[in-house]
Every structure is written in structure tokens, then in C-alpha cells.
Design a protein around this ligand. Structure first.
Ligand code: IPD
Ligand code: CA
Ligand code: CA
Length: 256
């Protein structure tokens, strides 16, 4: 079994845990005023760490709920978001995902994003293309921002921060066919990768939200940078991902 298939098998099993929790019920806590976490987030994260550790012992972990787990001196690290779209999940809105990326020497080499409700599994290995449920995917061919469908997200400190994305949302809405807000950054990226959206941007994201999805977009032929058009790093706090053709136009609109 390939590396990607092994990761995908583990992530798909983690998806079953989310579906079981949705059915059986779960508890909700607040990490901030509007930043929720459920016992499903914790259960899936524990499962992923334990399974990935068994399958690939020589890697560290950076997981949303537990932070950095430095088990060894490896150059490899897993970036894990056990439940991307916790607010959707907590409200019973069936749109969320699991995101797992493997990075080596600072570069993402493999990524898997899984929507357990639709059973869509997006996966990419660097240099080998991107797939949805095993079939190759490509970004859209739309070259005009005015004809584009975009997607974005808003930060949890939206009520207090000046970086609240409101002005950018307004400008991008006027400059395109529309801007959606789905509540799962990882799926937003995958939907750019398979051509449903032409572009996605967000400020104040974390590496576990976007590492897997960014690789999937790149491997589907798209372009991913930070908010200023520079190469995306694991430390980047902003992201723009497009089909490549509208990247400059979207950058210009967002910069104002
Ligand atoms: C959030 C979602 C949301 C995005 C936020 C993320 P979480 O992740 O991806 O779409 O707008 O920036 O933090 O908290 O559900 O894992
Ligand atoms: Ca997330
Ligand atoms: Ca999460």
C-alpha cells in the first residue's frame, strides 16, 4: 500500500468516528467567545495521532488541540486538524472535514482531506498530482475574476480585530460572481483544487487548516501564496489559493 493510501485509510476511519459522534451526541466547550471545541475533535485527534504513530514512527506531530508533540528528532512532522468546521459540526450542519498533512524538511509532501458526510476524499503527494476518491482533479480554467466564484473564511477574533476580512469580502464580492463562506478551510481549498471554486483566501489561518489543502491545490495545477503573493510557508498566517489564472487579479482586489 502506498504512503498516501495508508494515510487515507486512517483518515477515513477517523471520519467514521465523527459520524458516530454526530449520531450519538457530543459535548461542546468554548475555547473563545465563538471558538468551539467538541469531544469529537479530541477523540479524532487522539485516534489519528495513535494510528499515524504506529504506521510511521519517525515523525513529530503538530495537532490543533494538543499542539506540538516532539517525540523524536525527526525532520518529518504531521499537521493535523481533527475536525475542520467545528462550528458547523456543533450546530448539526453537515459540512466539515479532517485534514492531515505530512511535511519533511519544511515542505508538505503528502496531504489528505476527507469529508465523511459526502464521502469525498481528496489526496495529493508532491509531484504526483491530486485526486478525489482516486480520480485525478484539476483547477478551473476561468481567467476572469468577474466570472469567478470565490470562497473565504473569517477569523475567530472577528469581533475585536481590525483584520476582520469585511472590506476584502465586500471588494471581492463586487469584483466576482460571488463569495461563499462554507466554514471548512480545508474543504474550501479542495473545492478550488477540483474546479468548483476559482479562488479562496483567508487571513489568520493555522498550518493545520491549510497544509494538506494547499498541496492538493498545487498538485491540481493551482497557485497558492500568502496574502502578499509570497510563497506559502508553514508559518504563514494568510493564504490565497486560486486556479492560477485569476491569482494576480484576486491579489490586487484584496490588497485594495
Ligand atoms: C476553522 C474553519 C473555518 C475558517 C477558520 C478555521 P476549525 O477551523 O476552517 O472555515 O474560517 O479560520 O479556524 O476551527 O473549524 O477547525
Ligand atoms: Ca481548522
Ligand atoms: Ca479544528
Amino acid at each position: 500500500m502506498s504512503l498516501l493510501d495508508k494515510i487515507a485509510t486512517i483518515v477515513a476511519s477517523a471520519g467514521d468516528i465523527l459520524l458516530e459522534k454526530m449520531e450519538a451526541g457530543f459535548s461542546i466547550c468554548k475555547k473563545g467567545q465563538i471558538d468551539l471545541v467538541t469531544d469529537a475533535d479530541h477523540a479524532v485527534e487522539r485516534f489519528l495521532i495513535s494510528e499515524l504513530k504506529q504506521a510511521f514512527p519517525a515523525a513529530s506531530f503538530c495537532a490543533e488541540e494538543q499542539g506540538w508533540l516532539e517525540d523524536n528528532e525527526s525532520d518529518a512532522v504531521w499537521f493535523i486538524d481533527p475536525l475542520d468546521g467545528t462550528t458547523n459540526f456543533a450546530h448539526g450542519f453537515p459540512y466539515f472535514s479532517i485534514s492531515v498533512a505530512l511535511a519533511k524538511n519544511g515542505q508538505t509532501v503528502a496531504g489528505v482531506v476527507y469529508n465523511p458526510v459526502s464521502k469525498e476524499l481528496f489526496a495529493a503527494e508532491r509531484g504526483k498530482g491530486a485526486r478525489r476518491n482516486g480520480h485525478p482533479i484539476k483547477v478551473s480554467q476561468n481567467a476572469d475574476l468577474q466570472d469567478s466564484l470565490l470562497v473565504t473564511g473569517f477569523p475567530y477574533n472577528i469581533k475585536t480585530s481590525a483584520e476582520n476580512n469585511f472590506d476584502q469580502f465586500s471588494r471581492a464580492t463586487k469584483a466576482s460572481q460571488g463569495v461563499r463562506r462554507t466554514g471548512s478551510a480545508a474543504l474550501d481549498l479542495c473545492n478550488v483544487a477540483c474546479g468548483r471554486f476559482d479562488g479562496y483566501w483567508e487571513q489568520l489561518v493555522n498550518v493545520w487548516d491549510i497544509a494538506a489543502g494547499a498541496l492538493i491545490v498545487e498538485e491540481a495545477g493551482g497557485t497558492v501564496t500568502d496574502y502578499h503573493g509570497s510563497a506559502l510557508l508553514h508559518s504563514s498566517k494568510s493564504v490565497i489559493a486560486t486556479n492560477g489564472l485569476i491569482h494576480g487579479q484576486l491579489l490586487d482586489v484584496l490588497q485594495g
